[in-house]
Design a protein around this ligand. Structure first.
Ligand code: OAD
Ligand code: ZN
Length: 250
């Protein structure tokens, strides 16, 4: 693939990279995205599953749905896109700011990760806020209860109408503002406040590179849009970086 010259120049001089990622980066691992033809939100109603009132009304149903999604995540592997991002740490200061809850960046080896929407493997008690890793929970029919206070245990993910974990959002926004290049990968960029991340990066002077299979809300304001699958484009970028760095050291 022939990348734009301006982008190659940026890759040569950049020190800090941010990858702002969404469901699309995990699509090639076999995890469905939310929007679009086969999107989860076409088949399921977010208001019946991904909000606190729904959980209170029918905790078992919501818990079972997350157990199902955990099963999917558990049975899949990071793909070439996740691995390429992790490998770029050899050459740059890399921060991942993800909207995904699937842990695949961590499993691929990325070190600095901000999780804007939580993590499906973590849970906490809605009453006393004690955290539980998935393995600590006994296998129960339906939703488990807190060992300390008996409260209901919920997944540590951000539901509709809830605030983002502020330390994660601030950390992600800071990294984006300080980045030389901010890659926006596999996200429709329509869910706020997460979608402020690339906007903040751009305002602070970062170079915005979008990688998506189709144009998005962000395409007009991106400095460079690369259309294709992230599992194919990201490894090509890694190869390009390897070539550039090898040349520089000669
Ligand atoms: P979406 O489902 O809204 O968007 C997925 C994006 O990935 C789309 O723009 C696709 O075109 C693109 N895409 C699909 N396959 C791809 C591939 N192989 N390579 C590159 N791009 C590809 O998912 P998000 O933007 O992540 O929030 O959605 C944001 C938030 O909405 C989620 O975090 C979730 C959801 O409601 C919460 O659960 C709080
Ligand atoms: Zn408790």
């Amino acid at each position: 693939m022939n990348f734009k010259e301006e982008f190659l120049d940026k890759l040569k001089t950049a020190k800090k990279l941010v990858f702002f990622t969404g469901a699309g980066i995990s699509a090639e691992s076999g995890i469905a995205t939310f929007r679009g033809k086969d999107g989860i939100w076409n088949k399921m109603k977010p208001e019946e599953l991904a909000n606190f009132n729904a959980f209170m009304k029918n905790p078992n149903l919501v818990w079972e749905w997350y157990q199902h999604r955990r099963q999917i995540v558990h049975n899949t592997e990071p793909n070439a896109g996740h691995f390429a991002i992790a490998s770029l740490e050899e050459y740059y200061d890399v921060t991942v700011v993800t909207q995904n809850i699937d842990n695949l960046h961590r499993r691929a080896g990325s070190k600095k990760i901000f999780e804007l929407h939580g993590n499906i493997e973590r849970n906490y008690c809605i009453d006393c806020k004690t955290f539980y890793e998935l393995q600590e929970l006994e296998k129960t029919e339906g939703v488990p209860h807190c060992k300390k206070c008996g409260g209901l245990i919920r997944p540590d993910v951000v539901w509709f109408g809830e605030f983002l974990p502020q330390d994660q959002f601030r950390g992600g926004e800071n990294a984006a503002e300080q980045s030389d290049i901010c890659f926006v990968v596999g996200t429709s960029a329509v869910v706020y406040p997460a979608a402020y991340i690339p906007t903040s990066a751009k305002r602070a002077g970062s170079y915005i590179v979008e990688i998506n299979i189709e144009p998005t809300e962000l395409t007009n304001s991106a400095d460079y849009s690369i259309f294709g699958k992230s599992g194919e484009i990201l490894p090509e970028i890694l190869n390009e970086v390897r070539r550039l760095k090898a040349k520089n050291s000669n």
